[in-house]
Write a protein that binds this ligand. Sequence first.
Ligand SMILES: Nc1ncnc2c1ncn2[C@@H]1O[C@H](COP(=O)(O)OP(=O)(O)OP(=O)(O)O)[C@@H](O)[C@H]1O
Ligand SMILES: [Mg+2]
Length: 457
Amino acid sequence: MLSSVPTRDVAENPLSEAATLRILNAFAVDVIAIPSVEDLFWYVAQNVVGQLNFVDCVIYQADQDQTELTQVAALGEKNPYGRRIINPLKIPFGQGITGQVAQTGQAIIVDDLLKDQNYIPDTQPARSEICVPLVSRGRVVGVIDSEHPDKERFGKAELEVLTTVAAMASAKIELLAEVERSKRRYQDLVKSHAQLGEEISNRKALEAKLFEARKLEAIGRLTGRFAHDFNNLLTVISGNLELLEADLGGPLSTGSLQDAQGAAARGAKLIRDMLTFSQRVRLSPEVCDLNRLVAATCASHADILSAAIDLTLAKDLCSVNIDPKVAENALLNLITNARDAMPEGGRLEIGTQNIRHCLCDNHGLATDLAPGDYVCLSVKDDGVGIPQHSLQQIFDPFYTTKAVGSGTGLGLSMIFGFMQQTGGAVAVTSDVDQGSVFRLYFPAVPSDANDLLTKTP
Ligand SMILES: Nc1ncnc2c1ncn2[C@@H]1O[C@H](COP(=O)(O)OP(=O)(O)OP(=O)(O)O)[C@@H](O)[C@H]1O
Ligand SMILES: [Mg+2]
């Protein structure tokens, strides 16, 4: 860095052009390392202007509102030692020569201050003055001012030198301001990032709590309903066994035996549905024609529905590799639900279709479904529909809205587990008072396997 040197009179000891250039070049290099605006102002006043043979220099800084200048660095009378300024003046924009330069953004040279009414004397009255603005991003941020005790001491050369110093200082001020803005932006970013992280962890904690609450609710419902239904079945079985014991060989035996067997069968179905839901049932899949399975199921259970069934079965339907008995049970569960949703009767449509599923099409799916070819079995009713809040729960085991004794809440749960185990999925769409559509997506058996199936005698 340039060192502080005693001042010299411009006229008495003029600097050569080469010396001036050397000083300005050194300033251009040194300015890179100057860390703050305050350091910059003192450096310019004491080292640069001092070395350039100006007898005096005062640097003024403008306030944020651009209304007032304050003396912030100096060399000469105002600066006895170090970074001290005697009686630092404040000058409003527009007043005096420095105030005028600040307001207009134009440099001024005054040859004879005695003839200038604008002159505001500071420590010692001077005769000539030069003042140039410091401009950053189009705003005057300060001025560099130099006075001389003699008149007519500043000309084109001094103006050029001070304007160059001011331009370099202004560029550095702009850079320091940008660094400050970047620092603030970075701090804001760090703050928002921390806030976001906190929000995410709060949200995760809430979700975990909600999940835990729903899990406990489902387990409570499961054990409660199971105990209740199983207890009813045991009551029927043990009651009938007591009757049988009392009437061994008598007329009551046949009816009681039938009731006991019925209760045992319902108990076995309850267990089977629970196992299917938990995907612990052993499936016996075979390649089969879903159209044939649907037609046979509808024909043999026509009595379930008062409404007529509209069948729309696709021609050239791909084969599926499924356990036909469990599939029939799943279809029967859907038909029974549709019947219950249409107590006054209604329209039930059952259809089959080849479907190419892509990732973006997950409308109503209860679980993810890998992209690929599927055979879709749909069951559509125009019954009461399912409210939005129940849609989240209908696949939960033992979730039922039916009266005690009318439903176990395992029909859709077993379908859910069965579809998962089969490599497919179940989907539902429903509107209250409009009806519901349940769709079962079974993986289609590739066409080569279909050919084999057709050729098999
Ligand atoms: N097609 C439908 N229309 C309206 N609501 C339906 C329909 N299908 C199912 N639901 C609702 O979903 C609930 C659960 O159905 P799910 O088949 O699992 O049990 P459930 O029919 O109540 O008893 P079950 O074990 O005898 O089948 C039903 O109680 C009902 O509220
Ligand atoms: Mg049901």
